[in-house]
Design a protein around this ligand. Sequence first.
Ligand code: BES
Ligand code: MN
Ligand code: ZN
Length: 483
Amino acid sequence: MPSVSIVSPSAPPRADAVVVGVTRGKDGPRLAPGGDVIDEALGGQLSKALRALNAKGSPDEVITLPTLGLADFPIVVAAGLGPAPFDAEAARRGVGAALRGLTRRQRVHVALEAPAGALAEGVLLGAYAFTAYKSKPAKAALRTVTLGTATGERADVRRAATVVQAVNLTRDLVNTPPNDLYPQTFAERAAALAAEGGLDVEVLDERALKRGKYGGILAVGRGSARPPRLVRISYRPKRARAHVALVGKGITFDSGGLNLKTANLTWMKSDMGGAAAAIAATLALAALKVPVALTATVPMAENMPSGTSYRPSDILTMRDGSTVEVTDTDAEGRLVLADAITRAAEDEPDRLIELSTLTGAQLIALGNRVIGAMGEPGWRDEVVAAANATGEAAWAMPLPDALRKDLDSPVADIANVPADRFAGMLIGGRFIGEFVPDGLPWVHLDIAGPAFNTGRPRDYTPKGGTGAGVRTIIAAVEQLAAG
Ligand code: BES
Ligand code: MN
Ligand code: ZN
């Protein structure tokens, strides 16, 4: 990652590119605060040039202007922020969009009066690229970014770098193809990262899972030649104010199993996005020394069709002793999560955050930008508030009691999928809730859409893995520590 520092906003340093913000005014584009020094350095020509180019100042508008020898920087990049006044997220998105096109420059200066932490996040999120599998990767040259802002301090930039490191790690893990990232290698990677961060790790292999009666994880993993794992990473600070359990869905590839998918197969490597986010957020919160104890409990399995696969109509005995009738092998996430939640709850945490690419119904209801949040209403709303404050959109969804009867099974305690497909996102949440012990405040975040961008890059969001959920977990836990 490039290094980011705050500099005086009054004098633009020598740079290979300068980023300014543009807001959308009633009578055309307006240079956002902080950009005036750049305009002055160019003899007032910048605002005129933006008008001449028909700039709008809309989100995701990025206009590159040459300075033709008039200044110490060869180009100015004008990033649209939307209408004034713009908030921190608009700044994050604007500079993110600008930085996506500037990774081949060595030194970039951002001349925008906005919170330094948000600017740093936008810069570092936008500069991300996944090049691990390119035999001739385009060289990223970006080394230093200076922020010309008077809002915020070095500690904000340091926090931003830690947060973005976690988001970008999640993106890397999601983007890594499933022939290289499967339960064993994912677990090894998680264990190595945890050890690096000085955290305790426990990896349960297939034999340990059998001993532990993890019927859900074992069933889902059985069709694959690559056996499942359960990874547990814990962070135990001195004088912890609370203990939060994190659980993330780690299906390294979801083919659907015997209920083979007919759609979306091409992006089912993203089905471990929740697991990656839970692991990365734990590492970040530990690095930030947040005084909250954390345990990430992450089930990892590959859902494949084969002669050893679990079948529709199998009845599973789960770790908690309850039985589940498998009516659809493609509803595998809730099965591995059920066991993981049971295990996580055995530590008697004060709160639970579970996140997963659980349902296509989340995409139908909320699309690829808004996380669906379900669970105990008090904690759910705190997590939704934290998400929205940090720039990740989340929306609270209800879990009416009446949903439970849809999951009634004639032969087992519960079925994993009802007969009809209505309210699929809520049904997923309701099934998950069945495995949360009474009295434990819990939230289920369905990130099926937000975890993976199948469309074009936008704002600070690249194509592919997005790192959805990481910032939400970090913000929610920080908020808990503060409150
Ligand atoms: N991993 C999928 C959910 C998913 C779908 C994520 C599309 C991202 C994009 C999950 O395991 C799944 O297959 N869910 C089923 C549930 C159904 C069988 C009740 C679904 O949504 O179709
Ligand atoms: Mn599935
Ligand atoms: Zn899945």
